[in-house]
Design a protein. Structure first.
Length: 192
């Protein structure tokens, strides 16, 4: 075996030797202790962070309540809808994505309590449940369960819910041509 092959086999020279193991341990520790804010594919995992993003962007929050390690319908919804290009294209620019996962294993008691409070706040008792939540935390629409709709049909249903939402109008920004915005010197007519 060549020296390069031996280094690769032992993890040396690839960044996955001792330093790689330390980095992986730190990532695992921070994930467990600090809790992730982002899940895969742009999904937030923090309710507060999702509401902050929704307020900043003036968009509703599409919230999926799931049980990733015990709910077969949740996994099917993810595979047949949420991981499709149809869904990703629809969601991009329309909603803030939030995933509230309550697995049987793999999260701390503290994180389970935080996520359970979100379920209680929004009266979620069925998994999967999908809620459209306005930027202030109010419910726009809810859908419980998943019965195998195609991604196109599922997205069309959510689009209908979004059409019924009366998004708050962002505050108007004054134009330079607005007479109220013209500067005056105090003695004369407004300057242009």
């Amino acid at each position: 075996m060549t020296e390069t092959a031996q280094r690769r086999a032992s993890g040396g020279g690839t960044g996955f030797g001792r330093l790689g193991a330390a980095a992986r341990a730190f990532v695992a520790w921070s994930w467990i202790v600090l809790g992730p804010t982002w899940a895969a594919d742009g999904w937030l995992t923090s309710y507060e962070a999702a509401l902050d993003a929704a307020q900043a962007q003036n968009k509703p929050v599409l919230t999926v309540f799931t049980g990733s390690d015990w709910c077969p319908h949740c996994r099917t919804l993810e595979e047949q809808v949420l991981h499709t290009e149809t869904f990703k294209a629809w969601a991009d620019g329309r909603v803030v994505l939030l995933m509230i996962d309550l697995p049987k294993q793999g999260i701390s008691a503290e994180e389970r309590a935080v996520r359970s409070r979100v379920c209680i706040t929004h009266h979620v008792r069925t998994f999967p449940s999908v809620l459209l939540i306005d930027p202030d935390g109010g419910r726009i629409a809810a859908q419980t369960g998943y019965v195998g709709q195609s991604a196109d049909a599922w997205v069309a249903t959510m689009s209908g819910h979004l059409e019924s939402w009366d998004a708050p109008t962002p505050p108007a920004v004054a134009s330079r041509d607005d007479p109220a915005m013209r500067l005056t010197s105090g003695n004369g007519p407004p300057r242009r």
